[in-house]
Design a protein around this ligand. Structure first.
Ligand code: DC
Length: 219
């Protein structure tokens, strides 16, 4: 049954703008939106709160499977409490990227992610949405931009949220995160042969959204 429910899978590197584009595409189509990176981020956050060692793959996977998570209005709730921007810092992203390399943890989050596929459809973003989680997605997009442009965008986002930010450190951090996310054994970040390439360097958000909507309409 669920295979008939459309999925638009948008994968790409950190700060490529895939979350913004995915949320707007979801809104345009009246589909649900799943930010899969938030699952890795909140798992890392919960591990910190519960003192689960970040290198204990079995304990992390067990914890992830039992997490009481809810997404509502762009906010993530853990045990009914909003986690807010605590999972949006660079540090939280780095820790999420480290635990995301653990195959047992990725496996533990699979069913949870697939459970978001509900009528009338789902738009989701991450690193392996088209390759592993929803291999039969209706439209697959690999959304990227140069590291410099992505760092600029992340810089703006962090400043707007009231966090400290340093552009040179952000470029360095993004390059390290790209290397770790693309170089790992389990579900590495890469453009699949069946994914449309969307390079958003110098492209407006609306243009990027329209391109994805067009691919969906033509599918
Ligand atoms: O998209 P993001 O920056 O919020 O993701 C945070 C980290 O989580 C990212 O560096 C790698 C990991 N991640 C992943 O491995 N697979 C996904 N589908 C989504 C995120």
């Amino acid at each position: 049954m669920s295979a008939a429910i459309p999925v638009i899978a948008i994968d790409g590197p950190s700060a490529s703008g895939k979350g913004t584009v995915a949320a707007l595409v979801a809104r345009a189509l009246g589909f649900a939106y799943l930010d899969s990176g938030a699952l890795y981020r909140v798992t890392a956050y919960a591990a910190g709160q519960r003192a689960v060692p970040l290198d204990d793959e079995t304990a992390l996977a067990r914890m992830a499977q039992g997490l009481n998570l809810r997404f509502e209005g762009g906010e993530v709730f853990l045990d009914d409490a909003p986690v807010g921007d605590a999972i949006r810092t660079e540090d939280a992203g780095r820790t999420a990227s480290k635990i995301a390399a653990l195959p047992a943890l990725r496996a533990a989050l699979l069913d949870l992610q697939r459970g978001f596929r509900k009528a009338p459809g789902l738009v989701t973003d991450g690193r392996d949405m088209g390759s592993v989680v929803f291999p039969d997605a209706t439209v697959k997009v690999f959304l990227t931009a140069t590291a410099e442009e992505r760092a600029q965008r992340r810089y703006k986002q962090l400043i707007e949220k009231g966090f400290d930010a340093n552009l040179a450190a952000l470029v360095q951090d993004l390059k390290e995160r790209d290397a770790r996310d693309a170089g790992r054994q389990a579900a590495p970040l890469k453009q699949g042969a069946d994914a449309h390439l969307l390079d958003t360097t110098g492209v407006t958000i609306q243009e990027a959204v329209d391109r994805v909507l067009n691919w969906y309409r033509q599918s």
